[in-house]
Design a protein around this ligand. Structure first.
Ligand code: ARG
Length: 458
């Protein structure tokens, strides 16, 4: 059968060209947006007197029936169609006859596809934000549960200073706060209507662009018709926000993998979020966390694909741009799945607080506090730092930790040491004393929890 666009050519193409050209397997997921956009367009055409009111009515009615039938499964998308726009228009014409042929007045597939993509991704932003919210709240609940659980904080993956598990978890909630802000910004910039730009140069019909935009819930319209149909920066921007978010989830996952290992034994993941090995009976593998980490790679790949696809394109529309949807949809689907799985995994994990504490006691992570003790007694920090380093050395050679090194040994390094040193290097005290804003101390943790909840609780 000749194509709907037959005219200049006979519209007969090779089968392999059809298959190669078709985007229906990807853009079929935008059928609701396509129909919504077309209904708004028909309404605008009718109100502006560009088509007669009766035709507009018929189109809207026809579109409504198509939507209902696609939703219910009474109508299925033809996998051989060129794209979702052609498919919907074809069915519409089949159903309502000549009136259906009036829908594409003052419109091109170029502004139509840009419109559908914006409508669709706007909704994806909302869905991602909702899942992000759930994860942030789950993390915060866990943090509250373990706000006093002392653990070693690390730098260079070497035990550094004592923190609490709650404080460590809240660091990720703060990252999610910024991810939220980025996606909201992206959504705001995306939320302008391109429809009315037509192929690239606007139209001679008296279209009512603002009215159409308003019907579709946009904040305004794209002011340059060529920009409206040419750019896909909204896809790139969202892909980039998702990449950053995935980077955060990936780091978190890496820690979950480490913490659940026998080497750390800081957490126990719920059985329901782990898998066994097909050969080693003792294994309990953190596959979900590993997959989140692994899927981050494909999300970065999608971002790179979009940037590269666009970088050499002259204005305005080029068919290359059809390649935008597969990757941005994949990024959206991936991040949503990862947010869900992270919320489930974090929500159901338990902390092995005794192991955390033991690790905190074994790595000289209170050495800074020992130096601070000398500083409080009047010694300059640099001198105290050097002495404490030497004390750590002595402990390591003699099999002591700072808590067990006898006072007379301390005295060999400085006369400033007295019995009260032991209280000030007690791991629990070390955390409690870190009362600076943003630190792991009690008040700061409460402030962080309240902050995250105020952002995400509705
Ligand atoms: N399927 C196309 C896409 O996704 C729709 C736009 C086609 N426009 C055109 N001039 N061929 O980009």
């Amino acid at each position: 059968m000749p194509k709907m666009w037959a005219g200049r050519t006979e519209g007969i193409t090779e089968k392999i060209a059809d298959v190669f050209n078709s985007s229906i397997h990807v853009d079929r997921r935008m059928y609701r947006q396509d129909i919504e956009g077309s209904a708004a367009h028909a309404a605008m055409l009718g109100e502006a007197g560009i088509i007669d009111a009766a035709s507009a009515e018929k189109i809207i009615e026809g579109l409504r029936s198509i939507r209902a039938d696609l939703d219910s499964g009474a109508l299925t998308v033809d996998p051989n169609a060129e794209d979702i726009h052609m498919f919907v228009e074809q069915i519409l014409t089949d159903r309502i006859g000549d009136a259906g042929k009036k829908l594409h007045t003052a419109r091109s597939r170029n502004d139509q596809v840009a419109l559908d993509a914006r409508l669709c991704l706007r909704q994806e932003c909302d869905a991602i934000l909702e899942k992000l919210r759930m994860l942030a709240l789950t993390i915060t609940d866990k943090a509250e549960m373990y706000k006093d659980a002392v653990m070693p904080g690390y730098t260079h993956l070497q035990r550094a200073q004592p923190v609490t598990f709650g404080h460590h978890l809240l660091a990720y909630a703060m990252m999610l706060d910024r991810d939220k802000g980025r996606i909201e910004d992206c959504r705001r910039r995306m939320n302008l209507s391109p429809i009315g730009a037509c192929a690239l140069a606007g139209t001679t019909y008296p279209v009512l662009r603002e009215m159409e935009a308003e019907k579709l819930g946009f904040d305004g319209i794209c002011l340059n018709s060529m920009d409206a149909v040419s750019d896909r920066d909204f896809c790139v921007e969202l892909a980039s926000c998702i990449s950053i978010l995935m980077m955060h989830l990936s780091r978190f996952s890496e820690e979950l993998v480490l913490w659940s290992s026998w080497e750390f034994r800081f957490i126990e993941l719920a059985d329901s979020y782990t898998t066994g090995s097909s050969i080693m009976p003792q294994k309990k593998n953190p596959d979900m966390a590993e997959l989140v980490r692994g899927k981050t790679g494909r999300v970065y790949g999608n971002l790179m694909q979009l940037l590269t696809m666009l970088k050499g394109l002259p204005l305005a529309y080029n068919k290359d741009m059809q390649e935008d949807k597969e990757s941005i949809f994949d990024s959206c689907d991936t991040v949503k799945a990862c947010l869900d799985i992270m919320a489930g995994m974090v929500g159901s994990m338990t902390a092995c607080t005794e192991n955390m504490k033991r690790a905190a006691q074994a790595g000289f992570i209170n050495a800074t506090d020992l130096a601070d003790y000398l500083v409080r007694k009047g010694m300059p920090f640099r001198s105290a730092y050097k002495i404490c380093g030497e004390i750590v050395n002595t402990c390591m050679r003699g099999g002591w930790v700072l808590e067990t090194l006898p006072l007379e040994k301390y005295k060999e390094f400085s006369e400033l040491f007295t019995e009260d040193l032991y209280a000030s290097i007690d791991i629990e005290t070390c955390v409690k004393k870190r009362t600076s804003t943003g630190g792991p101390g009690e008040e700061s943790i409460q402030e962080q929890i309240a902050y995250i909840r105020s952002l995400f609780c509705v």
